[in-house]
Ligand binder design. Structure first.
Ligand code: PMP
Length: 435
């Protein structure tokens, strides 16, 4: 099977010794080496060093929306890198791809989101949003409004601010001395939000941040009217509403951005991942007209927040081409249609296995929850392993006693490919339950 067993062994040994992997079980790596060494991607498929072909049922990290191996993006990146790979955007210096992308984002984003601050990814986007929200209140003469409220089971990233905002406790417990003034509220209850606001004092709260569908926490879809109610609360108490569209942006849920399902106009929006489908590192925060106006009218000094790579020309050029592909290939419509097929397929699987509690989905984000109360075993990690052997990459979520398999295939997936994915998943569940 191995094309070159020596290369596999050599890379595996080097990996163990030199590569400290993000969000990975380090002991497993030390014992077995990396799970896969990928060499190539094409559409919904990834190929590893041994030649094994796998369906990328997670779009890698929920991000490869247009699928793998798109040469058009390589071409754009090469051209931009060859003409202007990098220049500064500090001190009002600028570049055309960043300007054009900022304009395009204003055209496609919900509500009256207008101006964009660029980052290299979602964690930076989140930390930027918290800082800009607090700076907004400083400019408005209410510096006490500094608390950021987020939801339980949320994931907002791993910078110190975004770790503090993340509602999944294990991520916060990984370190200590987290950032102050971050509060968490039950992810499904607008009443809890009201109680928290009243308890803390509305004039101490800067912003509420939420994912439209909670992704990394286990694909949690909020109850009907939840977002409408929390948006009303935010308006009542003058609290900024920030939508974290790092996963749900750029078509993932069957609309351009996830918050559009609830017709809500956010004050700020974080994005990353799907903006380039992972072909370059890019994220950002968008500000509504109202927020932008306060910044532009009332800020007298320098906006003292900026990353070296804010508005990176190559990353922005790649993003423009990626968005072009999402639109010209009608991938948002496809995500909506295939998302329905995915959920229908999960419901059929659900009927076969009584051990399945709930199946969930919104666009191309889907999940199977097992209610495995009688045993000590969590099924999801076993099923994910079994699926990998059978050529499907999916993910398990076991935080807070959950036992869930999640899926988020690329938006380019066809009906035939989706059926294949569901068959592998079904076979994997069957195999594990039999054991
Ligand atoms: N917000 C959300 C909703 C995310 O899902 C993620 C990443 N999974 C982040 C923020 C952090 O993004 P990054 O990993 O690019 O820093």
């Amino acid at each position: 099977m191995h094309r070159n067993p020596n290369l596999q062994d050599e890379l595996s040994e080097l990996d163990k010794k030199y590569f400290l992997h993000p969000t990975s079980p380090i002991q497993q790596q030390q014992e077995h080496g990396p799970a896969f060494i990928f060499t190539r991607g094409d559409g919904i498929y990834l190929y590893d060093l041994s030649g094994k072909k796998m369906i990328d049922g997670m779009s890698s990290l929920w991000n490869v929306n247009i699928g793998h191996g798109r040469e058009e993006l390589g071409k754009v990146a090469k051209e931009q890198m060859s003409t202007l790979a990098f220049s500064s955007n500090f001190a009002t210096f600028s570049n055309e791809p960043a300007i054009r992308l900022a304009k395009k984002l204003a055209d496609i984003s919900p509500g009256d989101l207008q101006s964009t601050f660029f980052t290299s990814g979602g964690s930076e986007a989140n930390d930027t949003a918290y800082k800009l929200a607090r700076h907004y209140w400083i400019l408005k003469g209410q510096p006490n409004r500094k608390k950021i409220i987020s939801r339980t089971k949320s994931y907002h990233g791993v910078a110190i601010g975004s770790t503090s905002a993340t509602g999944l406790k294990p991520f916060r417990d990984f370190t200590n001395s987290l950032a102050p003034d971050f509060l968490h509220v039950n992810h499904h209850s607008s009443n809890s939000l009201r109680e928290l606001i009243e308890k803390e004092g509305p004039d101490t709260i800067a912003a509420f941040i939420t994912e439209p569908v909670q992704g990394a926490g286990g694909v949690h879809i909020a109850p009907h009217n939840y977002f409408k109610e929390v948006k009303e609360l935010c308006e009542e108490y003058d609290i900024l509403f920030i939508t974290d569209e790092v996963i749900t942006g750029f078509g993932r849920t069957g609309t351009y951005f996830g918050i559009e399902h609830d017709n809500i106009m956010p004050d700020m929006m974080c994005f990353a991942k799907g903006v380039t489908s992972g072909y370059a590192q890019l994220g950002g925060v968008m500000l509504s007209k109202k927020i932008h106006k306060v910044f532009s009218d009332m800020s007298t000094g320098t906006l003292l927040h900026g990353y070296t790579y804010s508005g990176h020309p190559m990353a922005c050029a790649v993003a423009l081409k990626n968005i072009d592909i999402i639109e010209s290939e009608r991938l948002i419509e496809n995500a909506k249609r295939m998302g329905k097929e995915l959920l229908d397929g999960l419901k059929i699987i659900q009927q076969v296995y009584p051990i399945i509690g709930k199946v969930k989905g919104k666009g191309l984000m889907g999940a199977i929850e097992f209610h495995n109360k009688n045993t000590e075993i969590t099924l999801a990690p076993l099923i994910v392993n079994e699926a990998a052997k059978r050529g499907l990459i999916c993910r398990s979520v076991v935080f807070d006693g959950q036992d869930t398999v999640v899926l988020a295939p690329p938006l380019v997936i066809s009906k035939e490919e989706l059926d294949h994915l569901l068959n592998i998943l079904d076979d994997s569940i069957k195999a594990i339950i039999k054991q």
